[in-house]
Write a protein that binds this ligand. Sequence first.
Ligand SMILES: Nc1nc2c(ncn2[C@@H]2O[C@H](COP(=O)(O)OP(=O)(O)O)[C@@H](O)[C@H]2O)c(=O)[nH]1
Ligand SMILES: [Mg+2]
Length: 435
Amino acid sequence: MGVYSKLLLYTVSLSLILVLVYTVYFIKYNDVLQQLTGPATTVKVSLGLQTQDQLTINQDTQQQPLLTTNGYISYQPPGNGWNNQRIVIEMALLFAKILNRTLIVHPISSHSLGEKMERELPPNNRFGYITYNKMAASTLMPLSNVLDLKLMSKLVPVTEINSSHSQFIQNYFSQDTKWRHICHSLGYGYWLDRRPLNQAEVGLLTKQIYTSRKDWRDKCKEEQAEFVLQHEKPIIRYVSDLANDSSDVIYFIEGCLFGIELRFMEYRKALQAREWIKEYVHYKSTYHQLADAVRTKLGSYNALHVRRIKHISGSLTAGHWILEMLNNDFTRDTPIYVATDETNLKWFEPLTEAGFKLYFASNFTDFIDLSHVHKRMRKDVMGMYEQIVCIRAELFLPSPHSTFSNYIMRERGETDSKNGFNYILHHASWAGDNI
Ligand SMILES: Nc1nc2c(ncn2[C@@H]2O[C@H](COP(=O)(O)OP(=O)(O)O)[C@@H](O)[C@H]2O)c(=O)[nH]1
Ligand SMILES: [Mg+2]
């Protein structure tokens, strides 16, 4: 081989190696590259978080142009049970969508660990969000392990935080970033999507019914004076007032997005908000595993959610559940899946003695492997699987006042009562329903 041929061969080989190295590098760091080229650069500021703390879930850049957003929306997670945390995420998603901001989501925490930590706090400081802030990242679970964030990011750009909340807060305080803190509680009022535009809408506004939740007044204390000054008339805050807010981050403090009501002036907008939640907040497909196994093993089945521990439904007797089942067409020859937080399954013996065939998560342990889940999170995660079992049952009976049950009912397509506390199933409602 001549000198020139050798040189040509070397050059071609070198180019091939360079292309290979670049491809490997590109695949490996694609996330980081996307983060640099994604919404984080289209918003006004970068939060400057470390890449290991933050994961940006971008839209599919091939199919859709990147959204340009006005900044970020985030929230103090409320701690407590998973469904309390889910509701906060859903509300933050609506705010992000309406205000065209990027949503920053946080990991989820264990209910039982939160309760244990709460007992160690002074009695006047026992809030889920305070325990949440004390939790190490190792006990928290990334939200992307639970919800399909790729799907959610088709509605708004989503940035996922995987650090502890105190780390997140520490990072942002070190940044030269403008934050707006908001606290608004159902104890003092509600949210409306915008201010009235005409007389008819002013009329609609003045007729609004609002029942203050006194038990929510331990949050957003600074609203108290305003509430008293306006003779306990509800404080209405308007989402549209935030549209021109120049803050880089709008942050809901004290876990206050839990329990809020967001009312819409127009019916079609309320419906749309509900559709956004229905379409873009989904469990990851793996969470259907238990429901598939239950269906294969039991065929057609009915389901109960029996909430027992430290909950108002815990006072319901076994006799109550038997009566409820009889009054709601549950038959003795249709198997019944019981989702419950009760660990003493002997409690259900009267139901079995009454002739009902009951099945529990413990009958399906072969189908679910939770060994990779933090011990403290296992009950919460099992509950997620069980919610889907209940959603897919023929008939379902809920525990009253449980956000766990309410989610199941909402996903089964049940509707709210017209008046009263219709935020129970849907936190987004139409102002016309509230008169
Ligand atoms: N595995 C399982 N856990 C449950 C069940 N019901 C309640 N839990 C546990 O109790 C917590 C309930 O909190 P949450 O989901 O906010 O619902 P709520 O308190 O009933 O409104 C969950 O996070 C679970 O840890 C259930 O049927 N199965
Ligand atoms: Mg709860």
